[in-house]
Design a protein around this ligand. Structure first.
Ligand code: FAD
Ligand code: SF4
Length: 327
């Protein structure tokens, strides 16, 4: 690990000033950033520690929703009574990620900004356009089992690896951001971006911007599921995951908010899926139509070709379970 300066940011303004410089980064739980610094994938000269800033609250919002502080830990969030009661898809997604020890330390803000798990990204002697622009993408003709099948580019086929944000996408959450100029709110569905020609850009945060919280809309009820398909039953990232909030009335879908992990550079949300499902009665044919819509533009890269049928089968299973639970 290279030497670096460590400053405890005393205020949000100071945190913004400290992280505005190109050689500085924010640190919260450190469970992702410190690993990457040890591997020399991230090489900041200065770290601004956010942990004294507050923003660890989890509290009701005026409209009946819930505010999750950026510095609340994943564990505090997953076990919070309102999260468990009103947003069980979020509790399940968080508990499907990492390990208890990591979740005790990992923060909500850090979780959103965690970086990809691509083998070439984390090995500095390998080509990787995300880590070293212009060096090439080792994964496209190489080790690509974990990689994306949707929204890829010829520059990068990495996935966003997190679980929590997949549930937040299904819930249509909002990310609260404080910046040097002004504060802003970003829909979670627009927070992460596709790789395009700039794979090193993973989200819409600008230099000096700090996430202060995440807001959840008022609860909608329905059946809430999080299914994560992975190689081991714990301590493994998703091959495919689905967060689903589904309601059925009079034998027909009245709500079908779905988001997918493990498939793209961002939690994948396709509004056409809800359009196809709502108003229809659950059936194998309907689930096939939904999978056709989801996977219309899917492309495998050899090692990850299996993800296309896996995503189809997982979507079938989730919709079938949701239909049975809601009946
Ligand atoms: C072995 C292992 C297994 C894991 N498995 C899973 C898994 O299955 N599913 C899953 O979802 N995750 C998994 N993780 C990832 C883990 O969830 C993340 O490391 C964690 O959530 C990051 O949070 P942190 O607070 O430690 O972030 P840090 O490591 O402190 O920071 C991560 C990034 O976020 C930035 N950042 C942090 N806070 C803010 C903020 N408030 N505003 C702006 N930028 C900020 C930092 O600058 C840095 O770039 C795993 C991690 C490990 C080590
Ligand atoms: S997939 Fe993206 S992160 Fe992985 S090697 Fe290619 S450019 Fe780098």
């Amino acid at each position: 690990m290279r030497p670096f300066e460590f400053t405890r940011a005393p205020s949000l303004k100071e945190a913004g000033s400290l992280t505005a410089a190109s050689d500085s980064m924010a640190i919260a739980g450190g469970t992702n950033l410190l690993d990457l610094m040890k591997l020399q994938v991230e090489t900041p000269s200065r770290l601004a520690d956010l942990n004294r800033l507050g923003f660890a609250q989890i509290e009701d919002t005026d409209d009946g929703g819930l505010l999750l502080g950026a510095l609340a830990t994943n564990t505090e969030t997953a076990v919070h009574p309102r999260v468990r009661r009103d947003y069980p898809v979020l509790a399940r997604a968080i508990l499907a990620g990492a390990t208890q020890q990591l979740r005790n330390k990992a923060t909500n803000g850090g979780n959103l900004c965690q970086r990809t798990r691509c083998f070439y990204f984390t090995n500095i002697d390998q080509p990787c356009n995300k880590r070293e622009p212009g060096s090439g993408c080792g994964a496209i003709d190489g080790i690509a089992k974990l990689h994306a099948i949707l929204g890829t580019s010829d520059q990068c086929i990495a996935t966003y690896p997190g679980d929590m944000a997949v549930a937040l996408s299904a819930l249509d959450a909002t990310v609260l951001v404080s910046g040097p100029g002004t504060d802003r709110s970003v829909p979670l569905r627009e927070f992460h971006v596709l790789p395009g020609d700039t794979p090193w850009v993973e989200n819409v945060l600008e230099r000096g911007e700090i996430i202060t919280g995440i807001t959840l809309p008022p609860p909608v009820g329905g059946t809430q599921l999080y299914r994560k398909v992975r190689e081991r039953s714990s301590y493994a990232f998703a091959l495919v995951s689905i967060a689903a909030i589904v309601e059925i009335a009079d034998g027909k879908f009245t709500r079908a908010d779905l988001a997918f992990g493990g498939l793209a550079h961002k939690p994948w949300h396709d509004p056409h899926l809800a359009d196809a499902l709502v108003g229809q009665a659950p059936s194998r044919e309907l689930f096939d139509t939904a999978a056709d819509i989801l996977l219309e533009d899917a492309r495998g890269y050899g090692e990850n070709d299996f993800k296309i049928p896996l995503a189809r089968r997982t979507l079938h299973a989730v919709l079938q379970q949701a239909a049975e639970d809601a009946a």
